[in-house]
Design a protein around this ligand. Structure first.
Ligand SMILES: *Cc1c(COP(=O)(O)O)cnc(C)c1O
Length: 391
């Protein structure tokens, strides 16, 4: 029997229009970082998000790094960061020689806990180590509780960088995710809701700051005929070819959001009534883009562990993953300070121990999704049978 085709977690999904933009770049020989597609992509994305300006860069990680540089984060400074996230959220803190302090999640959104943040701020005031910036992540396509988090950050005068790499197209209280902080960051990596194969965007209403980002991202070249430089530059600008891909992808973004939401609903319908399976909750007055459908397993109730499910899916050529390993548990950040949601409850650790991400690409066919669902049901039933036989 032929091997069933592999089902990936979140593969690229081209619309077909991308080639037109790529050809245009070739025909005009704009094969360079910068160019008309870059300018247009920045403008179109800023319009979509409802912000004044956007800077296209080579990755989401680069955008976070530029955000930190614009906020003058330097060696020895402290930066607060969500703990439950991909390492790219905090790596740029290390690039600057600064010290990350990790903040736990809360259960309603899985994002930064206002209670833990407040606790960390109070401690920072007492030790005279207020952070230079806070990086708030919007995980798996859902905004954090931005109103509460911003109120705390504003109170302590700490500027916010919103890592919206996973939440492009999501909303919070009627406003696009990624536009709440001083700076917002999107990613167009191959696994994100839209992709340029690799790329990112830094957005803000501070046009002057973004002009400076353009300067820093292009080797910080002073205005002079010769090459003159007075500060450290980065080589972070986006290629004109890839910006063309991004323009075509942006046109179908809302469609992609709808499709991912439909995929989530089908999973929920098929698996949501099983005792021991709980889907990632959705905040009220917010739109979750459902970049990835994620759920938690109560191994005692279900009789199977998250790894049992992930391994069983892998046997069927289906890619599923645990939820992000919290950064405060990563060897890279050993010794970093961490503030949990309550003194007895670390939400990010619980989510890591119980959570899984299911294939959620917008090009996942209904038939493929059925295969995923059947596989999940299969491993649960096998275990149940095994348990009843043992009895
Ligand atoms: C993907 C991702 C990034 C990094 O984006 P790149 O474009 O891959 O550099 C940052 N933060 C989060 C939460 C992400 O998921």
């Amino acid at each position: 029997m032929a091997e069933p085709s592999k089902i990936f977690l979140s593969p690229p999904h081209m619309s077909g229009e991308e080639q037109k933009y790529i050809n245009e770049a070739f025909q005009t020989n704009w094969i360079a970082p910068l160019g008309p597609h870059v300018d247009a992509f920045e403008k179109e994305l800023a319009e979509y998000a409802g912000v004044r300006d956007a800077v296209a860069v080579s990755s989401g990680t680069a955008a976070i790094h530029l955000g930190l540089r614009l906020l003058d984060v330097q060696q020895g400074d402290v930066v607060f960061c969500s703990s439950l996230t991909f390492v790219a959220s905090a790596n740029p803190v290390l690039y600057q020689g600064a010290e990350p302090v990790f903040i736990d999640s809360e259960p309603d959104s899985w994002n930064m806990s206002p209670a833990a943040l407040e606790e960390a701020m109070i401690r920072a005031v007492n030790t005279n180590k207020l952070p230079k910036a806070a990086i708030i992540v919007n995980l798996y396509g859902q905004s954090a509780k931005m109103d509460e988090l911003l109120a705390i950050c504003n109170h302590y005068d700490v500027p916010v960088i919103e890592d919206a790499a996973e939440s492009l197209g999501a909303e919070y209280q009627g406003q696009k995710s990624g536009t709440f902080g001083k700076f917002g960051v999107y990613s167009f990596n191959g696994n994100k809701i839209i992709t340029t194969s690799g790329g990112g965007m830094l957005v803000s209403n501070d046009e002057e700051a973004l002009q400076k980002a353009r300067f820093l991202a292009a080797q910080a070249r002073d205005s002079a005929a010769h090459y003159q430089h007075s500060q450290i530059g980065n080589n972070y600008r986006m290629s004109n070819i890839l910006a063309g891909v991004g323009r075509a992808q942006l046109k179908v973004l809302d469609e992609r959001v709808n499709t991912r939401q439909e995929i989530f609903l089908r999973y929920k319908e098929a698996l949501g009534n099983i005792e021991g399976i709980t889907f990632m909750p959705e905040l009220r007055n917010a739109v979750h883009n459902r970049w990835l459908t994620t759920l938690t397993i109560d191994a005692e109730k279900l009789g199977v562990t998250p790894m049992d499910i992930i391994n069983a899916l892998a046997d069927n050529s289906i890619e599923a993953r645990p939820v992000w390993k919290p950064l405060h548990l990563q060897p890279l950040f050993k010794g970093a300070e961490y503030f949990s949601h309550t003194s007895t409850k670390s939400v990010s650790e619980e989510l890591f121990n119980t959570g899984i991400c299911l294939p959620s690409g917008s090009n996942l066919t209904e038939k493929q999704q059925e295969r995923v669902i059947e596989s999940v049901l299969g491993v649960c039933q096998r275990k149940l049978k095994f348990v009843s036989q043992k009895r």
